[in-house]
Write a protein that binds this ligand. Structure first.
Ligand code: NDP
Length: 322
């Protein structure tokens, strides 16, 4: 089969499109014939070594397709089932072996592209708004990169929870899109000081929660946007890693809470995974959650997809098609 592999950390040029053996499922595992692969920022961290794993690796952690065969002791899925998954390494490929408990059966009417587009970013938006800081009506949330893959879904879910949403984006086009999916206010943080704007928009009070995936470029000012006892949810580092922090800062700035969550810890067992994924599928079927696929690329062009994502050109999901 063909797969995108990384043998040394580096830029998009280290992505290698190669022939590798089709993997065999072991106990508790299933093999999926992949129809659509989700591209995520974490794939870039794996490629550059910001998240350092053992090399070589097949990139990618998200896909949708059809179960092809299963190993022993698998009860969750059967060959022929249409499924999707996230948080399992090795999806930039024609086939992947996945622990069966991580596979979510797809409902009728949900195609592989839509499924691959929503799993990782959708479940992330779900846990951020329902579990990490469970938003309530009356809360105000600041969402950075509101027109990104996670951002567009996060805005919709925050609105669904009854919160007021202030989004930040880099361009007018992104601002229009963030408003379209429900953001109450949008700040062009490339032109205006988002800290001053957030204070103005909240009459000096600040917000209950900042969902910050941008990291280095926004983190310090994000802290200043919070109400006393507010929470900063640092869930990404698209602009670079946040340097070490003195905990006393959280005291001085208002007894703040800081968390650095990871999706894998919020889909820790099958019940939690199915809860989050099935909520997404239900809302999509009802027309209550819009999933925007920005572009699709052939699997062989994974480097172009990663370049687009890293250069802030995208609004929504990027997919690779094997
Ligand atoms: P996005 O589609 O959000 O792309 C990243 C966006 O970040 C850009 O479009 C851009 O929006 C903004 N950005 C700001 N500064 C930079 C910069 N210097 N370089 C690149 N982008 C920048 O990506 P994803 O939706 O895939 O992921 C968003 C973030 O969420 C990532 O940091 C990712 O690691 C994190 N994440 C974390 C998870 C977790 O469980 N912890 C799970 C899923 C994602 P703009 O142009 O508007 O500034």
């Amino acid at each position: 089969m063909r797969a995108i592999r990384v043998h040394r950390f580096g830029g998009p040029e280290v992505l290698s499109y190669e022939e590798v053996p089709i993997p065999e499922p072991g106990p508790g595992e299933a093999r999926v014939k992949i129809e659509a692969v989700g591209v995520n920022f974490i794939d870039i961290y794996h490629r550059t070594g910001q998240y350092r794993g053992l090399l070589p690796i097949t990139l990618g952690v998200e896909a949708a397709g059809v179960v092809d065969t299963v190993g022993p002791e698998v009860s969750e899925v059967r060959p022929g089932d249409r499924v999707a998954y996230a948080t399992q390494q090795g999806s930039y490929a024609e086939y992947a072996v996945v622990p069966a408990w991580k596979l979510v059966p797809l409902p009728e009417g949900l195609d592989s592209r839509q499924a691959a587009a929503v799993m990782l970013q959708g479940m992330t938006a779900h846990y951020l708004t329902h579990s990490t800081y469970p938003l309530r009506p009356g809360d105000t949330a600041l969402v950075h990169a509101a027109a990104g893959g996670v951002g567009l879904l996060l805005v919709q879910m925050a609105k669904r929870r009854g919160a007021r949403v202030i989004g930040t984006v880099s361009t007018e086009e992104k601002a229009r899109l963030a408003r379209q999916v429900g953001a109450d206010e949008v700040i062009l943080y490339t032109q205006a000081d988002f800290e001053a704007e957030t204070k103005r928009l909240t009459e000096g009070k600040g917000v209950n929660v900042v969902y910050d995936s941008v990291g280095k470029a926004t983190f310090d000012q994000s802290l200043n946007c919070l109400k006393p006892r507010g929470m900063i949810v640092l869930f990404g580092q698209s602009s670079g890693a946040v340097p070490p922090l003195d905990p006393q800062v959280l005291n001085i700035k208002g007894s703040l809470f800081l968390t650095r969550p990871l999706l894998a810890h919020y889909i820790a067992d099958r019940a939690e995974l199915l809860w989050r994924a099935n909520d997404l599928f239900k809302w999509m079927a009802a027309g209550e959650l819009s999933v925007r696929i920005d572009r699709t690329f052939p699997l062989a062009e994974a480097a172009a997809a990663q370049r687009a994502l890293a250069s802030r050109q995208t609004m929504g999901k990027l997919l690779l098609i094997p």
